[in-house]
Design a binder for this molecule. Structure first.
Ligand SMILES: [Zn+2]
Ligand SMILES: [Zn+2]
Length: 254
């Protein structure tokens, strides 16, 4: 089980490295990588507004509860005067998605890019599974791009004792906030935290605290191991070390 989880994480991290080096450019036409827009998401100086563009495969819409939680976290940690949502659906005949498929979907369907005081976060919701690993629930694959495998999230088996406390939207909330956390450079993506809270290899760029939304298990089916009878709700908040990093990135200390 441990080996399997490690393989999953290695795959995700490799994808982050591979996918962030391809195809994304900022306004100066330099390749932008994951974490490069973190300060623009956190601060209001250049982009006082945030537009969340969500494109989903028909029948795989995000839940309002998950979007609301994401907005709550953005309002808590980012200085934005306004958050706009642009939601659209498209049809797909696929049931597995490779890295290339995901990039192609974004090329085809993404309508919005940074500019005019608005910074964009692009979120794809797809049916089916990630071609490299069916355990993956979400990937932050570019400086402003996230894919959520909502069918995999909705396929998670909720333990019977937890069904009175949670449903699949609780897992969705955690995965969505986690991937947005990577866009905010969590953990140690392009900066170095003064606090020793980054997980060791192979869980780099994740937080050591199991009750933090940036814990590595959250973006794989291992998320089920994070709930217990004492605490049946999966985490969807930044624990104090990540919260401190976000504050220091926002203030310019990092
Ligand atoms: Zn992650
Ligand atoms: Zn944390």
């Amino acid at each position: 089980m441990k080996v399997k989880i490690q393989i999953v994480l290695v795959v995700i991290l490799l994808q982050i490295i591979v996918m962030t080096n391809a195809g994304c450019f900022d306004s100066e036409s330099k390749p932008a990588v994951l974490g490069d827009y973190a300060k623009h998401y956190l601060q209001d100086s250049k982009y006082p507004k945030l537009l969340i563009e969500i494109d989903y495969v028909q029948g795989n819409s995000p839940s309002n509860q998950a979007i609301n939680i994401l907005e709550d976290k953005i309002n808590k940690h980012c200085d934005k005067q306004q958050i706009l949502i642009d939601k659209d659906s498209f049809s797909s005949s696929k049931s597995t998605y490779s890295d290339e498929d995901i990039r192609e979907l974004e090329d085809e369907h993404r309508d919005n890019f940074n500019g005019n005081e608005i910074i964009v976060a692009y979120i794809l919701y797809v049916n089916g599974r990630y071609s490299e690993n069916e355990d993956v629930l979400g990937i932050a694959y570019g400086p402003s791009s996230i894919v959520i495998f909502i069918e995999q999230i909705n396929g998670i088996n909720i333990p019977w004792w937890a069904t009175t406390f949670i449903d699949h939207t609780d897992y969705e909330k955690s995965v969505l906030v986690h991937e947005f956390g990577h866009l905010l450079a969590m953990v140690n993506i392009g900066y170095q935290s003064e606090r020793a809270h980054e997980s060791a290899s192979p869980y780099e760029n994740h937080c050591i605290h199991e009750d933090c939304v940036m814990y590595h298990s959250i973006e794989t089916v291992s998320i089920v191991n994070l709930i217990s009878r004492d605490d049946p709700i999966p985490p969807y908040d930044f624990y104090h070390d990540c919260e401190d990093d976000l504050k220091k990135l926002k203030s310019g200390d990092y």
